[in-house]
Design a protein around this ligand. Sequence first.
Ligand code: SAM
Length: 301
Amino acid sequence: MVYRFMTVRLLTFLISYFPPLRRILWRWWYNRLARQVKSPEWTFMNYGLVWPQDEPELSLSPRDETDRLYVQLYHRVAAPGDLAGKNVLEVGAGRGGGAAYVARCFAPAQMTAVDISAHAVALCAQRHTEPNLRFLPGDAESLPFADNSFDAVLNVESSHCYASMPKFLREVTRVLRPGGIFLFADLREANAMPALEALFAAQPLLKVIEQEDITANISAALKADDERKRTQILELCPPSLHALFEQFAGLSGSIVQRNFENRSLLYRRVVLQRIEPKMRRQGSAGLIETMNWSRGGSDKW
Ligand SMILES: C[S@@+](CC[C@H](N)C(=O)[O-])C[C@H]1O[C@@H](n2cnc3c(N)ncnc32)[C@H](O)[C@@H]1O
């Protein structure tokens, strides 16, 4: 126990002083998961979301019902994008359940889903065969697409793994066409959330059009699915991964579950729109801002 605690502290320390390590470690972890746990029924890797009580329940097809909480997170994030007939990119698709749901339910013309884990991408390509969906390997900080290629970019519970959030936002801005929508959701420690908000607000070519704190809905989802996840971990994961998985999955008593509960960990949904440079350009000052942005951006987010 003490050994595990010290390891976590050491990794936290190293990651905060050397952000590229964060990307390396997460890629290693997700590749390991895809290699070791191939179960076809496990297609989502987010914490799920309990739908707000004051809104009508989401109607789902029987095939999506078993994953309702995880589907609901995707639905909440993707719905404002009005994705029908559009060209959509998901960054950090994991095991592809979310991309497949969006491809079926929102009927984009083409859904492209990338992930840094080549093993996860291979699993996805075998498992999800929707005709408007394709999976490719790709790094959020260096997206393998031309400028202005997409009408919308979707990013669910993945950005906390990246070495540089400013780099990712530059890539999102680059691949989105003007008027395109960035649909974002992720967690941050409470003391890091203001920096993330400031980073979004400072993007010269992205405008925040909607924000929602969904921490309570995520925390409720952890509680609602605790027993099922505990059983699944015992059934599906190799014994060597059980203890790590209980933390990773946010089971009751885990650090993640406790921190969502006491709000030292927060979960935010944000919708941003890619705007034309001229919309923010007010005389020469605005132009200078745009040029500076293309070079800078702190990695402390
Ligand atoms: C917590 S999982 C979420 C997966 C999926 N969005 C879901 O909700 O089921 C995070 C995913 O982000 C991917 N990821 C981490 N760093 C990445 C990067 N730099 N570029 C692309 N994907 C990345 C991981 O491989 C993993 O599949």
